[in-house]
Design a protein around this ligand. Structure first.
Ligand SMILES: *Cc1c(COP(=O)(O)O)cnc(C)c1O
Length: 512
């Protein structure tokens, strides 16, 4: 250390002017980049990006916030992946609402944590109000919930509550008899032996999000705990197969812990039949969790809310506002029908949230301790334009998807691999005469070539054992013609790679 060592500029009242100038500088640079975006990303080779990052000496600071921000602008922002560009069609990323971005800026400066009331005060009140509003859109009349970091955490949290309910009551019945004990642990409501973790069963489908299996692993359940229920041709859980699977598990002496229905599967965008699944869960008294990470936008859709009929019969629901509510990452919630369920995982610490606290401490309901006040972003969006505007935006995306589907289905060189109820397009380039093996072999190279070029970004996945390419539409500002133009580019890329491959094999054949 010497006198040249730069100062760490802490944000204080005395530095309000520094905040203003440094952050304005960052906003100005970013706004200039935004205005100039003409593709979802650049064609800078991956190795160049890696080398640029590696070349920076983290032990030799630039000496000023402005210099660091300028470096970030050139290093990161100039090479960013822009979800709002019409060519971005890869994953479940949405462009974001301006009021939410403004709220994010407020959060960045105030830096609240909504773990306890005394750290956030009105922030806690706002989060609680937004959560109650969101649980109302599900149809929970007196529901509750908590903001989380994402659908993965929301699913883990739901399954933790279900596990606590199953292991703290007689015969694994999913009642709320378990309650938080003085040491924070749930206690059994009866002296009957609780079911062993080894015997618990979670029912899902092959299309359920992988976080369900990962959660089961984290919750100490064996691999066999997640039972894959048969699905129909569209990939939706079959309620009759669910009823059989639950009965079979009980017959084997195992304990049904939860049924995970998905309202919008990540690949096929399909919605499991919620009413008949809820019927099975009611009859069998099994915890129903609905993973609506993707489909939650339907909750506020003026034209398609009926697709979620029955969701109000779930015990817990995952919503990802950072998918179909156009919110910045992160913004997700776990919603519960019965507020008491959140107590199944409550833990109390003397220094933070003692059991006898009179203040409403959100940490009582959360898996996290220090936690972002993400609720303010949705709050600000609701105050700016209301829920119906969000729902209409999602509807627009779904309308465009229908047009793209029709186009792909009618396209001579494309195969529509599977239908969807939401906004994915699963397809493969395969003109007549191109064998399956050749078409399958092109899926990964097409995605990679497009990514290297940066003009149109698509994804790839596997459906019914065969690879295919995938578009995920989530931009209400992109019209069908723009998506079709992007598809034309995908087709041209596939044709080029196919021709190159054919020439390469001819050459090898000739020299042999
Ligand atoms: C995206 C997704 C998740 C995971 O959500 P994250 O916010 O990425 O953690 C869970 N379930 C479904 C159905 C999803 O589409």
């Amino acid at each position: 250390m010497n006198s040249d060592t730069p100062l760490l500029e802490i944000l204080t009242s005395a530095r309000a002017h520094r905040y203003r100038s440094v952050v304005r500088g960052a906003v100005d640079r970013t706004a200039d980049r935004l205005a100039a975006v003409a593709a979802p990303t650049t064609d800078t080779p991956a190795q160049v990006l890696r080398d640029r990052v590696a070349a920076i000496d983290l032990d030799r600071p630039l000496g000023s916030a402005d210099a660091a921000v300028a470096e970030v602008d050139g290093l990161f922002t100039a090479e960013a992946v822009w979800f709002h560009d019409p060519g971005y069609l890869a994953h479940l990323n949405c462009p974001v609402a301006v009021p939410a971005v403004a709220a994010e800026a407020v959060l960045a400066a105030v830096n609240p944590s909504v773990d306890t009331w005394d750290q956030s005060r009105i922030g806690t009140e706002i989060e609680r109000r937004v959560v109650r509003w969101a649980s109302g859109t599900v149809g929970f009349t007196a529901g509750d919930g908590i903001f989380t970091s994402g659908g993965t955490q929301s699913n883990l949290h739901a399954l933790l509550l279900a596990r606590q309910a199953a292991t703290s009551t007689t015969a694994g019945r999913a009642t709320t008899a378990g309650r938080a004990a003085g040491d924070g642990r749930s206690v059994a409501a009866s002296d009957r032996p609780a079911p062993a973790l080894d015997d618990l069963v979670v029912f899902a489908t092959a299309s359920s999000h992988f976080s369900v299996r990962k959660s089961a692993m984290l919750l100490g359940l064996p691999e066999r705990a997640v039972v894959e229920v048969a699905a129909d041709a569209a990939g939706r859980m079959r309620p009759d197969a669910l009823a059989h699977a639950v009965a079979a598990a009980r017959h084997e002496g195992r304990t049904p812990m939860a049924v995970v229905a998905t309202a919008g599967t990540t690949d096929r965008g399909c919605i499991d039949p919620l009413e008949p699944i809820a019927d099975v869960c009611d009859l069998e008294d099994v915890w129903l969790h609905v993973d609506a990470a993707y489909g939650c936008g339907l909750l506020v859709s003026p034209s398609r809310r009926h697709l979620l009929d029955g969701i109000e019969r779930a015990r817990t629901v995952t919503t990802d506002f950072h998918k179909s509510f156009f919110q910045p990452v992160s913004s997700s919630a776990l919603l519960v029908r019965d507020p008491a369920d959140l107590r199944l995982a409550a833990w109390h610490a003397d220094y933070l949230n003692p059991e006898d606290a009179e203040e409403p401490n959100q940490v009582d309901k959360s898996l996290q301790t220090t936690r972002r006040f993400d609720a303010l972003k949705l709050w600000t969006t609701l105050r700016a334009s209301g829920a119906e505007a969000i729902g209409r935006a999602f509807d627009t995306v779904l309308d465009v998807t229908e047009r793209v589907h029709d186009h792909v289905a009618a396209h001579p060189d494309l195969v529509l691999v599977a239908p969807t109820q939401l906004s994915t397009v699963l397809f493969r380039w395969q003109p007549d005469g191109v064998p399956d093996a050749d078409a399958d072999a092109l899926v990964a190279p097409v995605r990679a070539a497009l990514l290297a070029e940066g003009r149109v970004l698509v994804a790839k996945t596997v459906i019914d054992g065969r690879p295919c390419n995938k578009l995920t539409l989530l931009n209400p500002e992109t019209d069908a013609d723009q998506v079709l133009a992007a598809l034309d580019h995908v087709v041209a890329t596939a044709e080029r790679l196919h021709a190159e491959h054919a020439r390469a094999t001819e050459t090898t054949g000739a020299t042999r």
